[in-house]
Design a protein around this ligand. Sequence first.
Ligand code: ZN
Length: 154
Amino acid sequence: MIDQNEGFSNLDNLYKEVIMEHYRQPSNKGTMENPDAVSEGYNPLCGDRVKIMVRINEQGQVSETRFSGEGCSICMASASMLTDEIEERELGEVLKSIEQFRSVMKGESDVALLDGDLESFGGVRKFPIRIKCVLLPWTTLNDAIKEYRKKTPG
Ligand code: ZN
């Protein structure tokens, strides 16, 4: 794990608190039997590892999500917020949210597009090394959904 303070210590205190809150008490951390979509991601720059598991209902909506793994506070908090964010959402919408979040984190879209707890990652954009920590759960979910769609036509 890279220095927790790289970037993190420069974040606004309120945002830091939101991130630490998710890190200490993550939403949907755990495991799932026979998930419909699953993928594992690794960020060699920091050592973050995350596995995202998703249950998808007949309407093509996310009905349950779990994540497991080990990583820095930013990565784990991001996974927690992601799983909150996609609850009961349709897969196409989820893919759009992932794309939008990615483009904001990469500085291609306005930071004002982030809402709720996700706002706390706006300040991380200044620290390229931490952007990968934030994005890992999102790109991992993206892989899981793409894989699911490949084996589930229609
Ligand atoms: Zn990290």
